[in-house]
Design a protein around this ligand. Structure first.
Ligand code: ZN
Ligand code: ZN
Length: 419
């Protein structure tokens, strides 16, 4: 990072706060909490925000925390971090690896790990808020630091919105968030337009008429009906959607019947979809319902099919203006370490926050993988096999320079609007 502009004054304390930052991160990493159970994390976040001088509201949508720092006239900028971990047994080999367990809603004891790196997001946002709070003469406006629960379930942002987030934070001019990814540590990556897929799951129940396996003429066979649906669903992506607009329809589960000589009276299909625009998403889901209803009619199904939607994530589409502002600031600050983020097939619920507040937003990636390990894997053509990605038991971002770069990125992006 040689050919870059001098860092803003707000970053002057980055060096002296390193130990605090790294110790806090290691603590969080070793004490992960499942979605909607982020009680200790939320309490420590609230305590640190107060110590930095922010006005703090706890318990928003369960364990959500919002810190507000009003600093004169100017834009109202929201930065968001997610706090939850995953039911995964960590196998990263890191000194600070988690050995924690927790009890899920249905009473099962599970191992827990920050295998998606949300502990990086929490640490970096706390540090960025503290640096901005400590150098108020360098900027003007309002900083809103939002810590949300349950990103992994796709409903943490929605629970905060449903709990009156809009009234709590007031108008917001721009919202931003970041995610640590399996990219070289030290890098930041932005993308204009679609960046993360919308995801929907739908449980479809179709009805037949049960009968004896030897007397099909008295039945409506839901197995044949379901088989026709599975095949016909394949034509949505291949025949109905623009080939330049990626989409996925996967039938991940299909259950019907119990015995070879019994024709059952129903079949249940579970379908998962990914799309990159609200228009394509709406069209694709409508196509699924149309095909299922039509196949039920074709089979003479005695009852209407049922559709139950769950595990829904919105599409994330970065605003061109906000993204251009942040990208320019990153290029000035990070030089060659700032690049283009590839389209991601993963999904996020971050955009539920800005969408509810009617605010433009951008979402970027930061690297968390040891750069030498990354370069070796890339040279060997083994990136997909040798580099642990988010949700892998071996995923654990390197502490340096990931935390520092994530903190810098938030400060630089915030100042691009507030300075
Ligand atoms: Zn995740
Ligand atoms: Zn994540």
């Amino acid at each position: 990072m040689s050919d870059t502009a001098p860092p803003p004054k707000v970053l002057a304390r980055l060096e002296e706060t390193r130990t605090r930052r790294e110790e806090y991160y290691r603590h969080l990493h070793a004490h992960p909490e499942l979605s909607h159970q982020e009680h200790a994390t939320a309490a420590s976040v609230a305590g640190r925000l107060r110590a930095s001088g922010l006005e703090v509201t706890e318990g928003v949508g369960g364990t959500g925390v919002v810190g507000v720092l009003t600093n004169g006239e100017g834009p109202r900028v929201l930065l968001r971090a997610d706090m939850d971990a995953l039911p995964i047994r960590e196998a990263s080999g890191a000194d600070h690896a988690s050995t924690a367990t927790a009890t899920t809603e249905d009473g099962t004891e599970v191992p827990v790990a920050h295998a998606c790196g949300h502990d990086v997001h929490v640490t970096c946002l706390l540090e960025a808020a503290d640096l901005l709070a400590g150098e108020r003469a360098a900027w003007s406006g309002t900083l809103i630091a939002l810590f949300q629960p349950a990103e992994e379930l796709g409903d943490g942002a929605r629970t905060m919105v449903a709990d009156g987030l809009a009234d709590l934070v007031g108008p917001v001019d721009v919202a931003m968030a970041q995610h640590v990814l399996a990219l070289p540590a030290g890098t930041v990556a932005t993308r204009e337009g679609p960046v993360l897929a919308a995801a929907d799951s739908v449980r479809i129940t179709v009805h037949g008429r049960g009968s004896h396996g030897s007397m099909p003429q008295t039945s409506v066979d839901p197995v044949v009906l379901a088989a026709m649906i599975v095949l016909r669903l394949q034509t949505i992506v291949s025949r109905e959607i623009d080939p330049t607009d990626p989409a996925v329809v996967t039938v991940g589960s299909l259950h019907a019947g119990s015995k070879s000589n019994v024709i059952s009276d129903r079949a249940v299909l579970e379908v998962n979809t990914r799309t990159y625009s609200e228009a394509t998403r709406a069209g694709l889901l409508a196509s699924i319902e149309r095909i299922v209803r039509a196949e039920c009619t074709a089979s003479g199904s005695p009852r209407e099919p049922e559709f139950e939607y769950y595990d829904r994530f919105p599409v994330t589409v970065n605003d061109p203006g906000v993204t251009a502002t942040v990208r320019a600031a990153f290029e000035t600050h990070f030089g060659d370490a700032a690049g283009e983020l590839a389209l991601q097939s993963a999904s996020e619920d971050f955009s539920d926050v800005p969408d509810a507040l009617d605010a433009p937003y951008t979402y970027w990636g930061i690297g968390g993988t040891d750069p030498e390990q990354y370069a070796r894997a890339e040279a060997a053509g083994r990136l997909d096999r040798d580099i642990p990605v988010n949700h892998s038991p071996a995923f654990a971002p390197v502490v340096r320079p990931t935390l520092e770069v994530g903190t810098r990125a938030l400060v630089v992006a915030a100042l691009a609007h507030l300075a």
